[in-house]
Design a protein around this ligand. Structure first.
Ligand SMILES: C[S@@+](CC[C@H](N)C(=O)[O-])C[C@H]1O[C@@H](n2cnc3c(N)ncnc32)[C@H](O)[C@@H]1O
Length: 383
């Protein structure tokens, strides 16, 4: 959700090293719907910030700038921005892929980066004929990424485009094989992955037609896999903006910490995006921000990673409350009041056969205690 002049939520629309992502692939997102007796409640997650563990990011030594691909990135960005973008941060690599590190001490409250809107990539950079295409904002931005990739060195964003992850570095579930998807078949992420792929196929054919007519040099040899890669790049690193979605070079090298208070702020008046440090950093520490209050399902689908003890995790359950149930009103009331926090995405939607699909946020510390207060729900959840 975008707060007009300030807060921009990273579109759920963020990725770990392959090994980390694969480790998470077996995670059963139905953990709360198990038939075994509920295990004792887990201890509260430790209030520590996520830190990467690779030697380059522990803060014990300054990470090296990724010279090979990104050596020219910051000088290019500052030329394009016409100003210094950050006196505090340098680009490097951690277990989370490309990352930003404190190049000197940072104090809570410091403005650690300012990226002017004029260096962003937004759908405004598309030909009007393509912009008016009946596809979503993600696909429109993906079309620009494809165009800039095609232009290679001639692209005015070449140093940025070169730094973006390659398809083999992307781990969102749309890239998973059938065999891998089979492991999450019972989770809602499975169906959302299938739906997303179907949607992308549809948008690919619409966009391809428009590109054939107006930008044939881009559509020539363009494969569905290229479009899927471009869409996944946008999903995992574009921010909501007044133009739909925008790619914010440099800011999009920041990785996610669900406990961070720092977010990307957008100042529509002054026309720049900014991040204010939420705590002190020593030189060499990785700087992390929050992409939003995102569940592991969203993180996996959109960004290709999950986080342990995610305080924003949730599970979707199917719960039947027949209309003719004399306690219908009371059950609904109790469900909302005592057990479930209903998010606006899913809310309560009426499905055929008087069933309700409810998305709840797990109370991680004592989900069972809370749900036992309302027996019917606990039966629904734990049988
Ligand atoms: C906005 S980009 C951040 C920059 C990215 N690391 C890169 O290489 O360009 C989001 C991606 O970073 C990775 N990422 C961010 N936070 C992460 C985390 N806490 N754990 C694992 N991967 C993370 C994920 O691959 C995600 O899709």
């Amino acid at each position: 959700m975008l707060c007009p002049s300030r807060l921009a939520k990273l579109r759920p629309l963020p990725r770990p090293l392959l090994a980390a992502a694969r480790r998470h692939r077996g995670v059963d997102l139905r953990c709360a719907i198990s038939s075994s007796p509920p295990p004792p409640p887990p201890p509260p997650p430790p209030q520590v910030r996520l830190r990467t563990t690779s030697s380059s990011s522990t803060g014990l030594g300054m990470p090296s700038v990724d010279e090979e691909e990104c050596g020219d990135f910051l000088p290019w960005l500052e030329r394009k921005a016409g100003a210094e973008v950050s006196p505090f941060l340098s680009v490097g690599k951690s277990a989370y892929g490309r990352s930003l590190f404190a190049s000197k001490s940072i104090r809570a409250g410091d403005s650690i980066l300012k990226v002017p809107f004029n260096v962003e990539i937004s759908p405004d950079d598309l030909l009007p004929e393509i912009r008016s295409c009946k596809v979503g904002n993600v696909a429109k931005l993906a079309a620009i990424v494809l165009k800039e990739q095609k232009m290679g060195q001639d692209s005015e964003w070449a140093p940025y485009i070169r730094c973006l992850p390659q398809p083999e570095e992307m781990h969102s579930t749309v890239f998973w094989s059938d065999e891998e998807l089979e492991m999450i078949k019972e989770s809602s992420v499975y169906q959302r992955t299938i739906d997303r792929k179907v949607g992308m196929e549809r948008e690919f054919s619409v966009l391809r037609h428009a590109l054939d007519c107006h930008l044939p040099e881009v559509s020539k040899d363009m494969k569905f896999e290229d479009f899927m890669h471009a869409c996944a790049l946008v999903e995992s690193r574009a921010w909501e903006s007044s133009k739909g979605y925008s790619l914010v070079p440099f800011a999009d090298f920041l990785n996610h910490d669900g406990l961070a208070k720092a977010v990307l702020l957008r100042d529509e008046q002054k026309q720049f995006s900014e991040v204010i440090a939420d705590h002190n950093y020593a030189p060499g520490e990785q700087v992390l921000i929050s992409y939003g209050k995102l569940s592991n399902a969203v993180l996996l689908l959109d960004f290709g990673f999950t986080i342990p003890h995610n305080i924003y995790d949730e599970v979707q359950i199917q719960f039947n409350v027949p209309l003719q149930d004399p306690l219908y009103e009371m059950k609904l009331y109790l469900l909302q009041r005592h057990c479930l926090q209903i998010t606006h995405n899913f809310g309560i939607s009426k499905c055929p056969a008087d069933s309700f699909t409810i998305k709840l946020v797990l109370m991680l510390y004592f989900p069972y205690i809370r749900c036992h207060k309302f027996e019917t729900v606990s039966i629904g959840m734990f049988l």
